[in-house]
Design a protein around this ligand. Structure first.
Ligand code: MSK
Length: 649
C-alpha cells in the first residue's frame, strides 16, 4: 500500500474527517485510500490510447509533434475524440436509461395499472403535455397522461425528425443545431450512432466526432434528462423552496437508520412512506428502536430533498463515512455512482448493503429486487423489514458526528420563475433586469460529483465563494450542491456573509439564498429550461450563448458529467471542468474543444483544477458577455416598460 494522504488533506468536511479518522482505526479502506494506492494510467488519463479493435491496443506519445499513429493509421486527435465521444455516449445512456425508467413508471401510473404511485402535479402534467403538442383542453387527466407517457417513450426509440423538447430552446439555437445537422432524432439512436461512429474504421475526423458527440449529448440534456425531470416532477411533485437538513448528524442512534443512495426517486419515495407507516414503526419499536429514520444520500437524496425536504447524509465521497458511524442499519441503492467498495466497508460494521435494481448487482451485496411499476410496496416492505431486523445487530463501534446544517432547497425552474415574478407575473424579467443594472453580474451553474483524487468539497466551496463575492448568482445540482449545503451556503443568511453588495441586495429583497439547489444530476435539464427562459424574458440577447453565464464541474468523476458538460457547451454555455481532463495539450482535438468549438456552437470547454483560476475564467467570460451586451457599466435602477425592453432585445 502506498503512503496514504493525511486526512486533513483528503477533505474539508468536518464529519467526513471525523469518520475517516475512525474508519482508519477500524481498519476500513475507502476510495480515498485506494486512489492513493492506484496511480492513474498516464496514457489513459489523456485518452492517448485506443482499444476499439484487436490490432492493438495502441498507445501514442503525448509529446509533440504527435507523428506516431496506431496500427490502423489513426492519429492522436482521432484517439482522443473517440474516447471523449464514448464517454458522452455512456453518460447519455445512463441519464436516458434513468429517463426511460421514469417514462415506464409514469405510463403504468397513467394507465391506472400502478396503485403504488400517483400523479401529484396536474399543472405540470398539462404544461409538459403542451410541450409535446398534446391537446389538453377539456380532456380527462388520465387521457392526457396516457398520451404523454406514449409520447415520452417514443422519444427514446424515434428514428427521424427531432426530439420535441429541443423546441424549448431559443429559436436561434435551434436553427444553429439544424444548420450543423446535429438535431438529435431519437435518444437511443444517437447513443447507438456514437458507438458505431467510434468503432474501428468509421469516423476518424476529430471535429466531426466532437459534433456527433454534441448531437448525442443534446439527446441527453433535452431528451432523456428533461423527460426524467419532467415526469418525476409530475409523479413526485415539482420542487419549490423547502427546508431540510444535511450532513452525517442526521443519523439518529435511537432509530432504525435507513439510507437510500443512487438516482431514481421511486425507491426513496416508497421507503419514506413506509418509514411513517404505523405497522412498520411498531415493528421498529418492537426491536427497541424509537422509530425509523429515513435518510437520502447523493442524488436519490437530492431528488427527495428538493421535493419533500428529506434529511440528507451527504455526497458521493461520504458513503463510506455514513457506514463508519456504525449506526446505519441498511444502505439501499438503485443505479449509478454505487461504489463496489462499500460492500467491504459494510462488512466492517453491521450495515446491510442492499442492491435493489436488476441493472445493478454488486458482488457480496444482499440483493432484493424493487420494481416501481409492479409490487413496489411489497418489495419496499421486505427491504424495510431487513433494516428493522438488523437494528439489534449494531455493535459497540457507534460514533455519529454531531454536525448538521440547515438549508433551503427546491429551486426548480418553475419555483425561480414564481419567486422572482410572483404568481400573477411569474417571469425571469426581474432576474434579467438585475443583471442588466449590474446588481447581479451573471449566473453560474456549479454542478457535478466528488472525486477521491481531489480534496473533498474544497474546490466546490472555494469556487462558489469567489463567484458570490463577485456578484455571480449560483445554481447547483448533484453532489456539488451538497458540498455547499453542508458548508451553510444554502440559507438566506449566507447572502450577507458571502456575497458582493449587488447580489446580497437582490437575495435579501427576494428572500433567497445566493446558492440555489435545483436537484439531482439528471436535473441539470432544469438549468437548460432556466437559460431558455432568460433569453425569452428579453434584454440579454437572443441566444443562450449571449447570456452572461458560465458552468463548472469542479470535482467531477463520472462519464455522466462529460455528457452534461457537452450538452451544456452545445447549448451555448462556456463550461470549466476541474480535477483532470482526458486530453493531450496542443493537439488539434484539444484546440477545437477548448477554442475552435466557439465558432461552431458559440461556446467552448475549459479545463482548470485551481478553484481561484477557475472562478477567474468564469468571471472573465461573464464580463466578456456583459461587454458584448453593452451592460458592463453598472446602471442606475430604471423601471423598464415594455417598449424599453423591446429596444434592449
Ligand atoms: S450522484 S454523477 S457523483 S453528482 Fe448524481 Fe453525485 Fe456525480 Fe454521481
Amino acid at each position: 500500500m502506498a503512503k496514504l494522504r493525511e486526512i486533513q488533506d483528503i477533505t474539508v468536511c468536518e464529519s467526513t474527517t471525523e469518520m475517516l479518522t475512525k474508519g482508519r482505526k477500524d481498519g476500513v479502506s475507502t476510495a480515498f485510500d485506494r486512489a492513493d494506492d492506484m496511480k492513474p494510467c498516464p496514457i489513459g488519463a489523456q485518452n492517448a490510447c485506443c482499444k476499439h479493435c484487436f490490432m492493438g491496443p495502441c498507445r501514442l506519445s503525448s509529446k509533440a509533434p504527435y507523428e506516431k499513429v496506431g496500427v490502423c493509421g489513426a492519429n492522436i486527435d482521432t484517439f482522443q475524440a473517440r474516447g471523449f465521444a464514448r464517454a458522452v455516449a455512456a453518460g447519455t445512456a445512463a441519464h436516458s436509461d434513468h429517463g426511460r425508467e421514469m417514462a415506464e413508471l409514469f405510463y403504468s401510473v397513467a394507465k391506472g395499472e400502478n396503485p403504488d404511485f400517483e400523479i401529484k402535479d396536474e399543472a405540470k402534467l398539462v404544461a409538459f403535455a403542451k410541450h409535446f403538442g398534446i391537446e389538453t383542453a377539456d380532456r380527462a387527466v388520465k387521457d392526457i397522461a396516457v398520451e404523454l407517457g406514449e409520447a415520452c417513450l417514443a422519444e427514446f426509440s424515434q428514428q427521424h425528425g427531432h426530439l420535441k423538447m429541443l423546441e424549448r430552446a431559443p429559436k436561434k439555437r435551434f436553427d444553429l443545431w439544424k444548420d450543423l445537422g446535429i438535431l438529435p432524432r431519437g435518444v437511443d439512436r444517437e447513443v447507438v450512432e456514437i458507438m458505431h461512429r467510434t468503432t474501428m474504421g468509421v469516423d476518424q475526423e476529430y471535429r466531426n466526432i466532437v459534433l456527433g458527440a454534441a448531437r448525442c449529448a443534446l439527446a441527453d440534456g433535452w431528451g432523456g434528462s428533461m423527460i426524467s425531470t419532467g415526469l418525476s416532477d409530475i409523479m413526485f411533485g415539482t420542487p419549490s423552496p423547502i427546508r431540510s437538513t444535511v450532513d452525517l448528524g442526521v443519523i439518529d442512534a435511537k432509530q432504525v437508520n435507513v439510507i437510500v443512495n443512487g438516482h431514481e426517486p421511486q425507491l426513496l419515495d416508497m421507503m419514506m412512506r413506509l418509514a411513517e407507516d404505523p405497522a412498520m414503526v411498531a415493528k421498529a419499536k418492537a426491536q427497541g428502536a424509537e422509530g425509523i429514520n429515513l435518510i437520502g444520500m447523493c442524488c436519490s437524496g437530492n431528488e427527495m430533498l428538493v421535493r419533500k425536504g428529506v434529511p440528507h447524509a451527504g455526497n458521493f465521497m461520504m458513503c463510506d463515512s455514513a457506514i463508519i458511524t456504525g449506526a446505519v442499519d441498511a444502505l439501499m441503492v438503485d443505479v449509478q455512482c454505487i461504489q463496489a467498495g462499500l460492500v467491504d466497508t459494510a462488512k466492517c460494521y453491521h450495515t446491510k448493503f442492499i442492491t435493489t435494481n436488476y441493472r445493478c448487482h454488486v458482488d457480496g451485496a444482499v440483493h432484493v429486487e424493487f420494481h416501481g411499476e409492479k409490487g413496489a410496496r411489497e418489495s419496499g416492505e421486505k427491504l424495510m423489514q431487513i433494516a428493522i431486523d438488523n437494528f439489534k445487530n449494531r455493535g459497540d463501534k457507534i460514533t455519529i458526528p454531531g454536525k448538521t446544517e440547515r438549508l433551503v432547497g427546491g429551486f426548480s425552474h418553475e419555483a425561480i420563475n414564481y419567486m422572482l415574478g410572483g404568481s400573477f407575473r411569474a417571469s425571469y424579467t426581474p432576474l434579467n433586469d438585475n443583471i442588466i443594472n449590474g446588481r447581479i453580474r451573471g449566473v453560474a451553474g456549479v454542478v457535478g460529483c466528488n472525486n477521491p483524487r481531489q480534496k473533498h468539497d474544497w474546490v466546490h466551496i472555494e469556487l462558489v465563494k469567489e463567484l458570490l463575492k463577485n456578484d455571480v448568482l449560483v445554481v447547483q445540482t448533484g453532489c456539488s450542491a451538497l458540498a455547499l449545503a453542508k458548508a451553510g451556503f444554502m440559507q438566506p443568511e449566507a447572502a450577507a456573509k458571502y456575497c458582493g453588495p449587488g447580489l446580497r441586495e437582490v437575495c435579501e429583497t427576494v428572500g433567497i439564498p445566493p446558492v440555489l439547489h435545483s436537484g439531482s444530476c439528471v436535473d441539470n435539464s432544469r438549468i437548460l429550461e432556466a437559460l431558455s427562459a432568460m433569453v425569452a424574458a428579453g434584454g440579454l440577447g437572443d441566444d443562450v450563448s449571449d447570456l452572461p453565464v458560465a458552468g463548472a464541474a469542479p470535482e467531477y468523476m463520472s462519464e455522466k458529467a462529460i455528457a452534461i458538460g457537452h450538452y451544456v457547451v452545445a447549448s451555448g454555455v462556456y463550461t470549466v471542468f476541474g480535477v483532470t481532463f482526458p486530453f493531450v495539450e496542443g493537439t488539434k482535438f484539444a484546440e477545437y474543444l477548448f477554442g475552435g468549438m466557439e465558432k461552431d456552437l458559440g461556446a467552448t470547454w475549459a479545463y482548470e483544477p485551481d478553484p481561484y483560476k477557475m472562478a477567474k475564467l468564469m468571471i472573465d467570460h461573464i464580463n466578456k458577455k456583459r461587454e458584448a451586451l453593452g451592460i458592463m457599466e453598472k446602471k442606475e435602477r430604471v423601471l423598464f416598460d415594455m417598449e424599453a425592453r423591446r429596444e434592449l432585445g
